[in-house]
Design a protein around this ligand. Structure first.
Ligand code: ZN
Length: 81
């Protein structure tokens, strides 16, 4: 029996989102890795974004101090002709 062309054995992972076990051939083949499905991945990403939004949103909007005006000017095309 030739052993040089044996297929990679399926691996088993556990979804960090729902805790479901799933089999995957490889990380590359399994797009939503390390999650079991794109759904779980999206849910997790959604939570991440929300957390980030909450954290990065200013506590007191409306404080105008330390505000810089953006530099005004005509920009060259940059073609260098
Ligand atoms: Zn899952």
């Amino acid at each position: 029996m030739p052993a040089d062309s044996e297929p990679a054995p399926p691996r088993e992972g556990r979804c960090p989102r729902c805790g479901k076990r799933f089999a995957y051939a490889s990380v590359k083949a399994h797009k939503p890795f390390p999650f079991c499905s794109p759904k779980c991945r999206n849910v997790d990403l959604g939570l991440w974004f929300r957390e980030e939004y909450k954290i990065s949103s200013p506590l007191q909007p409306g404080s105008n101090e330390d505000e810089e005006d953006p530099p005004e000017g005509d920009f060259d095309d940059g073609t260098g002709r």
